[in-house]
Design a protein around this ligand. Structure first.
Ligand SMILES: *Cc1c(COP(=O)(O)O)cnc(C)c1O
Length: 258
């Protein structure tokens, strides 16, 4: 009987290479499917797909997926935990020692003020500013780091539950003013997550109304960060400029971490 096998070591690397190729093929398919969904959603809403920024929320997925996404032109990367973001940034620096693509890091999770300085060290934008104290901490961090102004979205709570992330609508103006007052911050717009078990269509319509009101005072704050894998069509109808997409791009992530 002829035995026809690879030597163990090269078989192991062949398996790894084939797994990497499978994952790459999966991400190619998912990126294509997402782009088709967005084009379709824009078509329905009468909008230009060029107005949309896709933020790939890569939490729980490895840095190698970010490399693949970057080769597919997805350069806006979202993370919700500082520690995880910094670990991936450090890993990517070893993969791309020079000439790495310019990724834009979007911080989308709950942020404690004592981590403001760390996040300001790498973030292009923070989508989750929901307190005056956090706005002040980020502004101070930007000025200490001597970095360009940080893009800030004020996160609004659409279910007005004070235990969840986001500022309650009655306090939105106060937080917006705190962001608008600081030259270290660029107030770019509003962010929200549709409440669980609520109609995302109604939630995003409400967010669009807040956006109109805020723009009366801050016309530059025209961005709307809304829409995730399950509800991005509704968000696009209501004017989202930034969709934050995790599972539709990267696959099932299991139970929430952190
Ligand atoms: C995880 C996460 C997303 C992406 O969620 P999916 O449903 O996987 O698309 C978007 N926004 C925030 C704030 C998140 O934490």
């Amino acid at each position: 009987m002829t035995s026809w096998t690879f030597p163990t070591s090269s078989r192991a690397s062949w398996v790894t290479a084939s797994r990497e190729a499978d994952r790459r093929a999966e991400l190619v398919t998912r990126v294509g499917a997402l782009r088709a969904r967005l084009v379709n959603a824009c078509c329905v809403a009468g909008r230009d797909p060029g107005e949309l920024t896709v933020v790939a929320v890569t939490k729980t997925f490895p840095a190698s997926d970010i490399v693949t996404l970057a080769t597919l032109g997805v350069l806006d990367i979202g993370e919700n935990r500082d520690q995880e973001a910094r670990a991936k940034i450090a890993e990517l620096a070893t993969i791309w020692p020079d000439g790495r693509p310019e990724l834009r890091w979007h911080f989308v999770g709950r942020l404690q003020s004592n981590k403001a300085r760390r996040v300001a060290g790498y973030a292009h934008a923070v989508h989750s500013v929901d307190r005056v104290e956090l706005a002040d901490a980020l502004a101070t961090a930007v000025s200490r780091l001597g970095r360009p102004p940080l893009n800030v979205f004020v996160q609004v709570s659409l279910d007005a539950d004070p235990t969840r992330a986001g500022v309650v609508p009655s306090e939105l103006r106060t937080v917006a003013d705190a962001v608008g007052a600081r030259e270290e911050l660029r107030f770019v717009g509003l962010m929200a997550v549709a409440p669980i078990r609520a109609d995302p269509d109604r939630a995003f319509a409400q967010l669009a109304e807040y956006s109109v009101r805020i723009r009366e005072t801050y016309p530059q704050a025209s961005a709307i960060s809304a829409g995730m894998s399950a509800d991005l069509e509704q968000a696009v109808v209501h004017g989202a400029t930034h969709v934050r997409v995790g599972s539709a791009l990267l696959g099932h992530r299991g139970p929430a971490v952190g």
